[in-house]
Design a protein around this ligand. Structure first.
Ligand code: NAG
Ligand code: NAG
Length: 291
């Protein structure tokens, strides 16, 4: 009996290890929330506008399975009821990661911007926006969000490397224009991205603007992010993960917290199962003793 019990416990530990290994990708940083916003006006439930919004959002989710940028327009009964929508995935995501991200963003948008005429939501890995105002192909450098890490003061050497990655991010070599750029120098990583509806010169202008603001507003911070309406630029020092410099202290802390929470939950679960098993064992022994 105690032998089977040991085997059971070993099997459970194996399961826990397996679960933990599987759980890691699902807490990867592509799904973390960056910002979201909704228009003030609400449409009435059951209206044709609602149908159009649902149709746009469904189209965005569906096409994200094979492309990392797309736009849609659904004409309404009146011009003011036309819905425009787009999504943009981070340039280094594959189709699976992109469609997972867009599906999640759309579902969060549905909750956050319930029945509003327009809404936009940015996760680490993708951006989704819809509105009845024409915004597709329109450059927009409105600052949406800015976050700076602790300004503990970079050494002049680190400062030089930070400015070097930002300068590299800003260069566009004309022939190979990219809406997604990522680079690193030493322990500094930087990444910039435009939505696919901007022309190369608009993208260049937007990214340059974001980088200027990063330099001014995040001064000597160890990491910084500036999101404008149609592009963003961010950098980080000493990112733990190697991909594209999309991590910062906050999110690493988040991940550690999440992993800890999962671990504690699993350990508690295993403890409960062990208690339950030994209880069963006692009951069995009692029954056998009674006969
Ligand atoms: C969007 O819809 C609202 C509510 O019907 C309307 O007031 C506004 O004029 C519309 N915007 C455009 C650009 O049509
Ligand atoms: C919007 O999508 C259409 C159809 O896919 C495409 O032809 C057009 O170039 C896109 N417009 C922009 C600004 O991306």
């Amino acid at each position: 009996m105690s032998n089977t019990k040991t085997n059971m416990v070993l099997f459970l530990l194996f399961l826990v290890t397996l679960l933990l290994t599987m759980a890691t990708p699902s807490i990867s940083d592509t799904n973390s929330f960056v910002f979201g916003g909704c228009s003030r006006l609400k449409f009435s439930p059951g209206s044709s506008y609602e149908t159009s919004v649902n149709s746009i959002l469904t189209s965005l989710v569906n096409t994200a399975t094979f492309t990392n940028y797309n736009n849609f327009t659904v004409p309404g009964t009146a011009a003011s009821e036309t819905v425009y929508g787009l999504f943009q995935c981070r340039g280094d995501l594959n189709n699976d990661q992109c469609s997972t991200c867009v599906a999640r963003a759309v579902s969060q948008l549905g909750t956050l911007c319930f029945s509003t005429y327009g809404g936009a939501l940015q996760l680490e890995g993708c951006f989704v926006k819809y509105d009845n105002v024409t915004f597709i192909g329109v450059e927009d450098k409105t600052e949406v969000i800015k976050k700076c890490g602790p300004s503990i003061g970079l050494t002049s050497d680190a400062f030089t490397r930070r400015d070097a990655v930002l300068a590299y991010l800003q260069t566009s070599d004309g022939t190979s224009y990219k809406s997604f750029r990522s680079t690193y120098s030493g322990d500094f990583q930087a990444v910039a991205q435009c939505t696919g509806d901007l022309s190369s010169s608009e993208c260049q202008d937007c990214v340059s603007d974001a980088i200027q603001r990063l330099k001014i507003e995040c001064g000597s911070s160890t990491w910084g992010q500036v999101y404008l309406a149609k592009c963003y630029a961010r950098y980080t020092e000493g990112g733990v993960h190697s991909r594209g410099g999309n991590d910062d202290d906050n999110h690493n802390d988040d991940e550690i917290e999440k992993t800890l929470a999962i671990l504690i939950g699993l350990i508690a679960g295993v403890a409960l199962i062990i208690i339950f098993l030994s209880f069963l064992n006692k009951v069995c022994e009692k029954q056998r003793g009674g006969k």
